[in-house]
Design a protein around this ligand. Structure first.
Ligand code: 5RP
Length: 262
């Protein structure tokens, strides 16, 4: 690993490296999206090549699918795999109950379907992703293109009666055009500041016509692995309450990280 790699990237790397140690031969594994998940795919690729680990991966985006194939990981669709042993993904925020905001990378729909089709979900994150209350990170929702402005207005109206601090909603852009998801939809980012009742909000959002899915992951994540720039990793298991701390050394052979464009 290059010595000059920023601490944030070292933190993501050690979380990713610890997470792939949970993968065993024969598993069907959901592969998340984003910069932290991309490091996990690289670490998994290393295990496939070096140890001959035999696993099947189900990517949560076209970006992750391309990277996994480059890494020599066998990729299948969720419909082929049907049910998964484990999904490993990043997050934009997590709270003490391991509820999450996801979708900063625009892949929340496939990510949620894949994670809920898994026996276990492990989230990998740097320490900055931990929050006391969800909502500082804008909450993404995926909406279909038809009538998206009406869906936006309906969500705005609904938010008035819910326990949130802010109500600004922006259409995610890609340059001067709307961002388009792998499913051909748009993303609205909800600038809520603080979410009082994430469970209630998640249910309410999915009732709005045109909303396909929201980025709140409630009761889906089983473990979080938090990486630090000095190699420390903390693993928290929400089901058992167990907390483990260890340190991962950066080895010369960990030089996996060319620019992934994430
Ligand atoms: C993509 C996601 C990502 O997991 C989330 O945005 C975190 O990304 P990163 O690891 O790059 O910070 O939900 O839709």
């Amino acid at each position: 690993m290059p010595a000059d790699l920023p601490p944030i990237d070292k933190a993501k790397f050690v979380a990713a490296k610890r997470a792939v140690a949970f993968i065993e031969g024969g598993m069907r594994v959901g592969l998340g999206t984003g910069s932290t998940a991309a490091w996990m795919v690289r670490c998994l690729g290393e295990r496939v090549r070096n140890e001959g680990l035999k696993i099947t991966g189900v990517p949560t985006s076209s970006r992750t699918a391309a990277l996994a194939r480059e890494e020599g990981i066998e990729v299948v669709t969720l419909d082929q795999a049907r049910w998964l042993d484990l999904t490993i993904d990043g997050t934009d925020e997590f709270d003490a109950d391991l509820n999450l905001i996801k979708g900063g990378g625009g892949a929340l729909l496939q990510e949620k379907i894949v994670a809920t089709a898994s026996d276990q979900m492990i989230v990998i994150a740097d320490a900055a992703k931990e929050v006391a209350h969800l909502g500082a990170f804008p909450l993404p929702i995926e909406v279909i293109g038809f009538g998206w402005q009406t869906s936006k207005a309906l969500v705005e109206e609904m938010l008035v009666s819910l326990d949130v601090l802010g109500r600004e909603i922006t259409l995610r852009m890609n340059g001067d055009r709307p961002y388009i998801t792998d499913e051909g939809n748009h993303i609205l980012d909800l600038h809520l500041g603080r979410i009082g009742n994430a469970r209630q909000l998640a249910l309410a959002l999915n009732q709005v016509p045109g909303v396909v899915e929201n980025g709140l992951f409630i009761d889906i994540c089983d473990r979080v692995i938090i990486g630090h720039g000095d190699g420390q990793v903390e693993t928290r298991d929400i089901n058992t309450g167990a907390v483990e701390r260890e340190r991962i050394e950066f080895a010369e052979t960990d030089n996996l990280f060319t620019d992934l464009g994430e």
